[in-house]
Design a protein around this ligand. Structure first.
Ligand code: COI
Length: 355
């Protein structure tokens, strides 16, 4: 694929590839050799470069460290059997990065910078893309403030960086979740829809409390009444109640507009599945758990892919869901998505860039 951005390239003299065990990839722990970097100064992006992945030098007064002006993305590239690289829905990630950036007063990253930087990085670190089933190259683009200034105002300088990690599954087994009715992840008018660093920081403490009780994740409820299911900390969530697929809508500004979420809904509608984008009431979820009309529950996310939910804790009760093997819809959707991502079927949606 042709790129037009002028990028200075300074490759590492010592690749970490020979020391990397691709059979034992733990999510986010193995980082590829290089990163793409751009600086924003005087109202414009420039100084485009690809260099060795290495620590950054920041002053203690760096604005991000104090006020959290930082947004990020998560996306994946795959290798097919023929050795081609397939990049999934990168255009959607670029757009969502800028929606998040706008909310956090961060300058947008133009498509050319995002895509050309990414494609060049994937070319240089191509050998880092796993070619094993279930594995992929997780791509982490992010933008953060770099002013050294302690007053409260949007920074005037920023860095945009992309680095990558070969990964396997984020969740190695089905997850257990607890419906959270005290703490709030996002409120209407807030930043819930943005992929902003602070959203994740604020969710850590309640999630930790749930982990101490033995649950993997929270099912967040709305901040006003705590009576409606919103999303989980690492993924959107979907419920198959009888033959209807239900997931929270993205109209309140409190839900992350998941790209996997959108892909699943698109494919489900094409499969003729009845889809409802509406808030599932906690009481409705409890009823469906009690009368066994909840056939499947799963999370959707770039990192999580399709994550089977095995147990839901709500109002003091634990409910065990049908086994993963019995979850016909989520297994079918995972297979369909994988077939698209690994290039086993025709990409009729235009979701794939083949490099
Ligand atoms: C992603 O799915 O890309 C995310 O950013 C979620 C995070 C838990 C890794």
């Amino acid at each position: 694929m042709n790129t037009t951005l002028t990028i200075a390239i300074n490759k590492t003299s010592k690749s970490k590839l020979p020391d990397t065990n691709f059979d034992d990839l733990k999510f986010g722990q193995t980082i590829s050799d290089h990163m793409f970097v751009a600086d924003y100064e005087n109202g414009t992006w420039g100084n485009f470069r690809i260099e060795a992945y290495a620590p950054l030098q920041l002053n203690p007064a760096n604005a991000t460290l104090h006020y959290g002006q930082s947004v990020f993305e998560g996306m994946k590239a795959y290798k097919n059997d023929a050795g081609d690289t397939l990049l999934f829905r990168a255009d959607a990630n670029q757009k969502r990065l800028n929606e998040s950036a706008k909310r956090m007063c961060i300058p947008e990253v133009p498509e050319e910078i995002f895509m050309d930087g990414l494609l060049k990085l994937l070319e240089i670190d191509n050998a880092w893309i796993p070619n094993k089933p279930g594995c992929s190259l997780y791509i982490r683009p992010f933008v953060f403030a770099t002013d050294d200034y302690l007053g409260i105002r949007p920074s005037e300088k920023y860095k945009f960086i992309i680095f990558t990690c070969p990964v396997g599954n984020y969740y190695s087994k089905p997850v257990s979740v607890k419906v959270e009715c005290k703490y709030t992840r996002a409120a209407e008018g807030g930043t819930g829809y943005a992929k902003a660093a602070g959203n994740y920081a604020g969710s850590l403490y309640p999630a930790l409390l749930a982990q101490k009780e033995g649950f993997d994740q929270l099912l967040w409820t709305d901040g006003k009444s705590h009576q409606h299911i919103e999303e989980s900390g690492t993924m959107n969530v979907m419920f198959m109640i009888n033959d209807t697929l239900i997931t929270a809508p993205t109209t309140t500004g409190t839900i992350l507009k998941g790209i996997t979420r959108d892909s699943v809904l698109t494919l489900a509608r094409e499969m003729g599945i009845k889809v409802e984008e509406r808030f599932l009431r906690v009481a409705e979820l409890e009823d469906a758990l009690r009368n066994n009309s909840l056939k499947e529950a799963f999370g959707t996310g770039t990192a999580a892919t399709i994550a089977h939910i095995a147990k839901i804790h709500v109002s003091g009760n634990d409910y065990i869901l049908p086994e993963k093997d019995e979850s016909a819809f989520s297994n079918r959707i995972l297979k369909t998505l994988d077939d698209i991502k690994y290039g086993n079927v025709e990409d009729v949606h235009g979701w794939i860039i083949k490099l």
